[in-house]
Design a protein around this ligand. Structure first.
Ligand code: SF4
Length: 352
């Protein structure tokens, strides 16, 4: 059954921190607190619109839900919980900070039927967390995850490659830390420079260098592939495009693109193509390479605007690449070349 999310944006209200990349008003499009009646109205409005059978979830996004006073958390959750017990929705999820999780808070969330928590982890490198003024360290993340798991609540994490002082070593350290955390899923949001943030000031004075689009794609692809190989699902790469983000004066720098997730997937397939070709070098460039694959992978193999194919042809001087959709599994390519047949899947590709 397809998912339907009823999003409720909780702005910066309640959060005592000031992460250098954060301007929640710009990201969520709100700057005033949400109250009980408003939550009720948003849920009613969405439910009235849904005509097909869907798995419906109410999702509290945008701020640090569990940093709100407990009474306000209960006030906001109550309409969602009523919809849940009346079987009008199927789940309640929220996002929050790792250092705003206690046993008491989790008991209250359980009482109101919350089944999924997303932790804004961003990095597991304390130097990066400090440079980003996160106000928590990696230990808080492990403690929070431990408590959440003990309560049998599904827990996902959000990561932000590209924060100040992050380099490849730091990113790899984070990736291995995530494996130890064993989250139920991951979202990867490369760091963007949003207007009116401390990061924007640092970007302007030259003390922060934003990731380029290609660097953001490569770091995200590394994380996604590494997690996938360890059995951890990445459910999103790149922020969802919104009217606000697309305006042009909100995202000042950083790897933002409405098709970012697609670009990451295409890059992983580019790596598979390049990996195979490197393994048969030196090759006879007149011999065709036939790329057998699942029909759902064709656009990822081609890349946006056929970029992967053009690049492979350009870099390796290959003239004859033939794409053939057939019985291969998704995420697997069969390469036919010179009377030989090689099969590669995503588990066989390594970045480093
Ligand atoms: S914890 Fe979240 S809401 Fe608070 S300042 Fe940081 S990013 Fe913004």
């Amino acid at each position: 059954m397809r998912h339907y999310i009823i999003p409720i944006f909780i702005p910066h209200y309640g959060c005592k921190h000031s992460c250098i990349f954060c301007n929640q008003r710009k990201i969520t499009g709100r700057d005033t607190p949400v109250r009980h009646q408003e939550v009720q109205a948003i849920i009613d409005e969405h439910l009235a619109r849904i005509t097909e059978k869907r798995h419906i979830e109410v999702a509290f996004y945008g701020g640090s839900f569990t940093a709100l006073p407990l009474s306000m958390q209960s006030e906001l959750l109550e309409p969602a919980y009523t919809a849940l017990i009346n079987k009008k929705i199927h789940g309640i999820r929220l996002s929050t900070r790792p250092d705003c999780i206690t046993h008491r808070i989790l008991e209250n969330l359980k009482k109101f039927g919350v089944s999924i928590i997303e932790l804004g982890v961003q990095s597991l490198d304390n130097t990066v967390l400090e440079a980003s003024a996160r106000g928590h360290n990696a230990l808080h993340v492990f403690q929070a995850m431990n408590l959440i798991k003990k309560m049998n609540i599904t827990c996902g994490i959000q990561l932000m490659p590209g924060l100040p002082l992050e380099d490849w070593n730091s990113l790899i350290h984070t990736a291995y830390g995530v494996i130890k955390l064993v989250p139920d899923f991951v979202r990867i949001y490369p760091t963007l420079v949003i207007a009116n943030t401390q990061l924007a000031t640092r970007y302007d004075d030259g003390s922060y260098k934003a990731l380029s689009l290609s660097a953001g794609i490569i770091r995200s692809a590394y994380l996604k592939l590494f997690f996938e190989q360890q059995g951890i699902l990445t459910i999103r790469t790149g922020l969802q495009a919104t009217e606000d983000l697309d305006k042009g004066n909100i995202v000042l720098a950083g790897p933002y693109h409405p098709a970012f997730g697609e670009m990451v997937d295409s890059y992983i397939f580019y790596c598979m193509l390049a990996h195979f070709i490197e393994s048969i070098l030196p090759m006879d460039k007149n011999d065709p390479i036939i790329i057998h694959h699942h029909s759902r992978d064709t656009s990822k193999i081609r890349g946006i605007s056929n970029q992967n194919i053009k690049q492979v042809k350009h870099i390796y001087g290959i003239d004859h690449l033939i794409l053939k959709q057939d019985g291969h599994n998704k995420d697997e390519i069969g390469f036919e070349y010179n009377n030989l047949y090689y099969v590669l899947n995503k588990k066989m590709i390594f970045f480093i």
